[in-house]
Design a protein. Structure first.
Length: 493
């Protein structure tokens, strides 16, 4: 089985999603989903260890050798992200059992599990595939599942949010396919590794940059890079809490990986970063995201939408590292993908606990929550401060690498932007903390008598603890990110 492990991590969630849809028993389907996700997590760790020992994996699907056939190409960089999203999906599924009962109608829960697994399989497929068109197929698989996950929210606006994302996602997919078509015309190949070799022999830079532009904008729509982020705030705000936690910790992160792969492993640093306009645009949009989304978040009244806009700002930090593009900048970008995934999962699962007990959706309703739900209020406070980048948390580690990377380039304005945007994050996070701890509870806000399920509290606690632990011991986050950047993106230089 070990020789087929690259295919197993992709196909197991997809096949399991079919069984879940056929069985239609919520308890059994939760068990199937959790088991499939656990096995996928274990297999992804085994795959990473195999790569660390024996080198990259090249798996020819159906026995058709690349570049003719579809190749799954796994290295230390994408294997790290496969571990991240598979473990995140498993933990969120453990949390989901009771949370979904409180938010969804009983006849929708099995469909949710099925689409959840289908989305997971699609995301791992994007990470694994070495074929440009196959990446599009997996993008669409994960996106179609995501539309359904979002539309299942209890608020009627969830359906509109899913429709908005469908429109934006379709535009992004179309632009991506156009870019891939241009690459195929130029190189005669769809295998990404083969394309990276053939691009070095091309003298047609204008069509090459045109293909890069189409692909970058297409993926940027999936990433929700400012100003192409319009779909994200409503999608996060009105999806079920479990769906929001899953999407915020996985979907945009996978899209960012795909962008990094094209920039560094397909087109290559020399082709991309020799164009100063591209560097100016990516740095400029990243800073606009950090400031613009943070300013909007300050004035949000919807709790989930507030943290949704903060996600847009945090994506700006990740793409800033891509724009800086030196050793520390890329480590900062890579480790922030990991750290932000942990932070946002912890925050949205804490919000899910609040929704389970109180049905609170607006920030002003948080008044006095520290007295009503002290444990959850503490967990939300810690994870929110990690979002700001308080020393001793994972958010600080990411920003430290980005600051060092910017200083190495002599970009003091970028360093100043990082500092000011962190202060803006402190304002909207501080507003939430102030309401929870320094205001009296409102009389019309009631905490129901149902005790919070152990699984929901335990998973929220574990992820919140991770935001602190990995801010102190960085070997499994920054350490692995540094290895991946050094050996894959920088080619061992």
């Amino acid at each position: 089985m070990i020789e087929h492990i690259a295919a197993i991590v992709v196909m197991l969630p997809i096949i399991s999603s079919v069984f879940v849809m056929l069985i239609r028993n919520n308890s059994i389907n939760w068990l199937i989903s959790s088991t499939a996700s656990l096995i996928t997590s274990i297999a992804s760790i085994m795959m990473y260890l195999q790569i660390s020992k024996n080198g990259n994996i090249s798996y020819a699907m159906g026995g058709w050798e690349p570049p003719v056939g579809i190749e799954y190409r796994i290295d230390e960089f994408n294997a790290l992200f496969i571990i991240l999203i598979s473990i995140a999906s498993f933990l969120i599924l453990l949390y989901a059992r009771h949370s979904l009962v409180g938010e969804l109608k009983e006849n929708k829960i099995s469909t949710f599990y099925s689409m959840y697994l289908l989305c997971l399989g699609g995301l791992i497929g994007i990470l694994s595939t070495g074929d440009a068109f196959n990446a599009f197929v997996f993008l669409e698989i994960s996106s179609l599942a995501t539309y359904i996950l979002i539309s299942m929210g209890s608020d009627r606006r969830a359906l509109l949010s899913a429709y908005q994302y469908l429109i934006m996602g379709t535009i992004g997919a179309t632009l991506y396919v156009i870019g891939v078509g241009l690459i195929f015309v130029l190189t005669g190949s769809l295998n990404l590794h083969d394309i990276s070799i053939r691009i070095q022999e091309l003298d047609l830079y204008r069509p090459l940059y045109a293909s890069l532009a189409f692909i970058t904008v297409g993926i940027a729509l999936k990433v929700a890079l400012f100003p192409l982020h319009a779909w994200l705030p409503n999608a996060y705000a009105y999806a079920p809490s479990v769906g929001t936690a899953f999407l915020s910790s996985t979907a945009t992160k996978v899209a960012i990986y795909l962008l990094i792969k094209y920039l560094f492993l397909v087109y290559g640093y020399d082709v991309v970063y020799s164009n100063k306009i591209f560097v100016f645009v990516i740095i400029g949009l990243s800073i606009l995201a950090m400031f613009g989304a943070s300013l909007v978040a300050i004035f949000q009244s919807n709790l989930k939408k507030l943290f949704a806009y903060s996600s847009v700002a945090q994506i700006g930090y990740i793409t800033l590292g891509i724009g800086i593009a030196n050793h520390n900048g890329l480590i900062g970008s890579t480790v922030h993908i990991i750290n932000h995934s942990i932070i946002k999962a912890a925050i949205f699962l804490a919000i899910g606990c609040i929704v389970f007990k109180t049905k609170i959706s607006n920030t002003h309703e948080l008044a006095g929550l520290g007295k009503k739900m002290p444990v959850i209020a503490i967990l939300l406070t810690i994870s929110s401060l990690s979002l700001v980048g308080i020393p001793g948390t994972v958010g600080f580690i990411s920003k430290w690498y980005l600051i060092i990377g910017a200083l190495e380039q002599g970009w003091w304005l970028v360093v100043l932007s990082l500092a000011i945007s962190s202060l803006l994050a402190l304002i909207y996070v501080g507003r939430v903390i102030e309401l929870m701890w320094f205001h009296q509870p409102e009389d019309d806000i009631n905490v129901n008598s149902k005790s919070l399920p152990v699984e929901m509290l335990a998973i929220t606690f574990i992820l919140t603890l991770a935001t602190v632990y990995f801010g102190i011991d960085t070997r499994l986050t920054a350490g692995l990110a540094e290895i991946a950047v050094q050996n894959v993106l920088l080619g061992g230089q």
